[in-house]
Each structure stands twice: as structure tokens, then as C-alpha cells.
Write a protein that binds this ligand. Structure first.
Ligand code: NCD
Ligand code: ZN
Length: 348
């Protein structure tokens, strides 16, 4: 007789290794959605204007801490936005005092608020060499912006044209390929040294049909855009395998509904609210609940050289769990990602 599948699961408290918290009223409105379940998060620096210097990162960290719900021990892990003018001394100083945990590379024009990103990758080589020396990881948005390249091929082209040359130039640099969406990226990451990848919740659940079939679904539009089913399945194999190269970065990216449901809608899925329930459902479906802790709570800190959290959360399987459709913020309503399947795992 086989053992019954578990109905409760206690794991170390998870962290989110790729999160957009925005600022002002949006920050205040959505931060509790993350602090409810997550202990720490790598905070993306693509504000307007971006988080460019140590002083910017310190001020943003303080705004996040001020917006935290009472009693929360949530720790924002700050990042700098890499530009062709990044000041190496400022970056090293911010790292040495423990203020920043990573630097983010956006190819200019690749995604939301990436206009100040990098155009000429030779211009950031000295910064990357310095980061490699001190062990400061680089998080990359892995898409080329060449208009000749089809949007569904931009991640694969990025590996060949930009990421692989950077890694050959600066082999000691620790790199996180953020929010991977393809089989090609999963295979590349699995077989490369000093390289890891974050995988989002939504890319484990949707493929491009979810965005386009039966009418356009703007709340499923994010960058990198979801790909074919074979790629979603490859991401699920990577995430549920427990392989140390893959960990959770939700890329939860709130935009108010008015800007998502728009003739030129913003990219981003908002998954902070229901991510842990969705992940438990996904890992349960794939018979891999024993690897959920690796993906959500252990592999990320190990790559970043941080301890795993001592605190724990318990997931319980039972009747269907419902989440709010929208989070009302002072900036406007934000639609919560719809996983298009019933969820049975609640978090406590
Ligand atoms: C992110 C955002 O809205 O800031 N959007 C997204 O679709 N993922 C930016 C990003 O991570 O690409
Ligand atoms: Zn993002």
C-alpha cells in the first residue's frame, strides 16, 4: 500500500529573490501581501527615477521599512540599477556596509522602467570585474532589445549575444538569470558555473495561450512574455527538481488596473498574495512537495551566501482556498494573478 500524499507541510520561511515593491501609495498597499509569507526579498531598483546609488538604496530601504505592517520582521534586500555610469567606489561602499545584496542589469528598453539600462555592455565591464572580486551577484533581465528579434526569441538570443560573452569575460562573476521562461535558459543555467536562475510563480502556470486564446488577457502579460507549453513544462521540471541552481523569484510586479487594461498595457503579473498556495499546488500536482522548501526557502539563500530563515511556515491542504481578486491600494486597484485552477493549500 502506498503512503497517502501529505496534507500538511512545514518548511523554512520562504524568501522572494525578485520582487517589485514600487513606492508611495502602491508600496504601502502591496507590501503586506509579501510580508505575510516571506521573510526577505530582493527588491528591484526600477523605480522612476531608478535606484542608482548607495544613498538611493538606503533611502528606498527606509521607505520600505516605514511601510511595513506593525510587528513584521520582513527584511528588504536592496539592489542597485546598473548603468554605464555606475560609480564603482559607491557600489563597493554600499556592498561593504551590507546595504546592497545584488546589482541589476536591464538592457536599455527591455522592460518596465529600463530606459536608463545598459546599451553598450563593454562600458560596464569594470563594474562587473569589481563585483566579481567582492562576490556581489549580478541579476540580469535576460532579453535582447534588438527589434529584429522576435519577442518570443529574445531570451535565447540574450544568452548567445550577451550573457555567455559576459560570463566568458568575467568568469568569477556570480550571475542570476532572472525570471527564465525557456527550456534553453533552464538547460544553460543547469550546466553553467556561478550561474543560477529565478523562476516566477506565473511562468510555472501559464503558457502563451493563456494570454491570447479567447480574447487578450492583459493580467497575464508580463516580461519576459510566457512561451509555449514545452517551455512551461521545462520550467516546472527545473523548479520541482530541487536543483540548487533554481529558486523562487516571483517578479510580482503590481500595476494599477487602469494601466493593465489599456491600449498599451503595462507588463507585470501580481502574484505576491497567492504565490505560496499556487506553488504548493504545482509541486503537489507534480509529486514534488518534498522539493518545495529547496525552491522557495533554501536554494536562494545558499546562492546569495546568506543563512536560510530559522522561522517556519505550515501549508495545509483542505477545501478550496480563495484569495481576493484585487488589492485596493491608495494608487488604485491591483488585480491578483488568477492561476486558473482551484487552490487547496493554505498558509499559516
Ligand atoms: C516588471 C515591472 O513591472 O517592473 N514587469 C514585468 O513584466 N516583469 C519589470 C521586469 O521585471 O521585467
Ligand atoms: Zn521583475
Amino acid at each position: 500500500m502506498s503512503n497517502a500524499a501529505p496534507t500538511t507541510l512545514t518548511i523554512r520561511q520562504p524568501d522572494d529573490w525578485h520582487l517589485h515593491l514600487r513606492d508611495g501609495e502602491m508600496l504601502k498597499g502591496i507590501l503586506p501581501e509579501t510580508t505575510r509569507h516571506f521573510a526577505r526579498a530582493i527588491i528591484m531598483p526600477n523605480l522612476v527615477p531608478p535606484v542608482l546609488t548607495g544613498a538611493d538604496a538606503a533611502a528606498y530601504r527606509d521607505r520600505i521599512l516605514a511601510a511595513k505592517p506593525d510587528g513584521s520582521k520582513f527584511q528588504p534586500l536592496m539592489t542597485l540599477y546598473l548603468t554605464e555610469d555606475t560609480d564603482i567606489r559607491d557600489l563597493r561602499a554600499a556592498y561593504e556596509v551590507g546595504l546592497i545584496k545584488a546589482v541589476k542589469l536591464y538592457p536599455a528598453g527591455a522592460t518596465t522602467n529600463s530606459a536608463s539600462g545598459v546599451k553598450d555592455f563593454t562600458k560596464v565591464k569594470r563594474v562587473l570585474e569589481n563585483m566579481a572580486q567582492i562576490g556581489l551577484p549580478l541579476c540580469v533581465h535576460g532579453e535582447v532589445t534588438d527589434p529584429e528579434i522576435d519577442i518570443f526569441d529574445r531570451e535565447a538570443a540574450f544568452i548567445d549575444r550577451i550573457l555567455d560573452p559576459i560570463r566568458r569575460d568575467v568568469p568569477e562573476l556570480k550571475v542570476v538569470m532572472e525570471h527564465i521562461t525557456t527550456l534553453v535558459a533552464a538547460d544553460y543555467v543547469r550546466t553553467s558555473a556561478n550561474l543560477a536562475a529565478t523562476i516566477t510563480t506565473h511562468h510555472l502556470v501559464i503558457n502563451r495561450n493563456h494570454i491570447l486564446v479567447g480574447g487578450i488577457k492583459p493580467h497575464y502579460y508580463c516580461l519576459p512574455v510566457a512561451k509555449r507549453e514545452e517551455h512551461r513544462l521545462a520550467l516546472r521540471r527545473a523548479a520541482t527538481s530541487g536543483d540548487a541552481s533554481f529558486f523562487l523569484g516571483t517578479d510580482s510586479a503590481p500595476h494599477i488596473d487602469a494601466l493593465k487594461e489599456h491600449a498599451c498595457g503595462c507588463a507585470g503579473c501580481f502574484t505576491a498574495t497567492n504565490t505560496m498556495s499556487i506553488l504548493a499546488e504545482v509541486f503537489d500536482q507534480d509529486g514534488a512537495l518534498e522539493n518545495l522548501e529547496r525552491f522557495a526557502s533554501l536554494n536562494g539563500p545558499a546562492f546569495y551566501g546568506l543563512p536560510a530563515n530559522d522561522t517556519r511556515i505550515t501549508l495545509t491542504k483542505g477545501a478550496e482556498v480563495k484569495y481576493p481578486e484585487k488589492i485596493e491600494t491608495g494608487a488604485g486597484p491591483v488585480t491578483v494573478f488568477d492561476p486558473a485552477m482551484p487552490l487547496h493549500w493554505s498558509v499559516s
